[in-house]
Design a protein around this ligand. Structure first.
Ligand code: PGA
Length: 233
């Protein structure tokens, strides 16, 4: 199976920078690549590239209406966007998104046939308490989630590894992915300080079907190196 490589730009890169990034990247890609890019809301554009998919980092589970600051389905439809990140730890922890809201989003966008990249991952205090606690916590993030949804991709992203430069080690990724694969057999990405140096050994792990990259995707040369390494797998 070709490995999936997804980039989450978070709150980085202006609309202009995103456009030139996407135009350049699309020309370098092959048909066999499986690439997703999640730009900032204001940089969302027509999902009409040849080799890469544009997804949204967030949206509210409505067609449209009075939800200040949120994106509704009608705007996404106009751009042909049908991929969404749900449950990212920054939305759960910084923006206070509850499991209930994640479930509402999941059900709404699944009904609309979206591809959903659903993120789970424990913080350091849980990891420090041991693997049993990690398992219990991750299970709770799957509560009421249709883990057999056909267009689901899961991303395991330990919060303590996100943006810290400290990726989980191979054993931790292996063990946790093995556990998540028992919950769902859908493609499973690892995310958390993935870069051009560590991506190869991470992708070598059997139960890692791809990576979700934040910081290291912001520089197009770095991201292309990550893609090149993914192609070798
Ligand atoms: P990072 O972010 O690669 O900067 O750690 C990953 C993510 O949050 O998706």
């Amino acid at each position: 199976m070709t490995k999936i490589v997804a980039a989450n730009f978070k709150t980085n890169l202006s609309r202009k920078d995103t456009k030139s990034y996407l135009d350049t990247l699309d020309k370098k890609l092959l048909t066999s690549d499986k690439i997703y890019i999640f730009p900032t809301p204001v940089s969302l554009c027509e999902n009409s590239f040849t080799h890469l998919k544009i997804g949204t980092q967030n949206a509210y589970p409505v067609l449209n209406g009075a939800f200040t600051g949120e994106i509704g389905l009608s705007s996404l439809k106009e751009l042909g966007i049908n991929s969404i990140l749900i449950g990212h730890s920054e939305r759960r922890n910084i923006l206070g998104e509850s499991q209930d809201l994640c479930v509402k989003k999941f059900d709404f966008f699944a009904k609309e046939g979206f591809e959903i990249i659903y993120c789970v991952g424990e913080d350091l205090s849980i990891r420090d308490r041991g693997f049993e606690d990690v398992k219990r916590f991750i299970k709770s993030e799957f509560e009421n989630i249709a883990t057999d949804y056909e267009k689901l991709i899961i991303a395991y992203e330990p919060v303590w590894a996100i943006g810290t430069g400290r990726s989980a080690n191979i054993h931790q990724i292996q063990e946790t992915h093995h556990f998540i694969k028992e919950i769902s057999s859908v493609p499973l990405l690892y995310g958390g300080s993935v870069n051009e140096k560590n991506v190869s050994e991470i992708l070598d792990i059997d139960e890692v079907d791809g990576v979700l990259v934040g910081s290291a995707s912001l520089d197009i040369d770095n991201f292309c190196e990550i893609i090149l390494k993914a192609r070798e797998k």
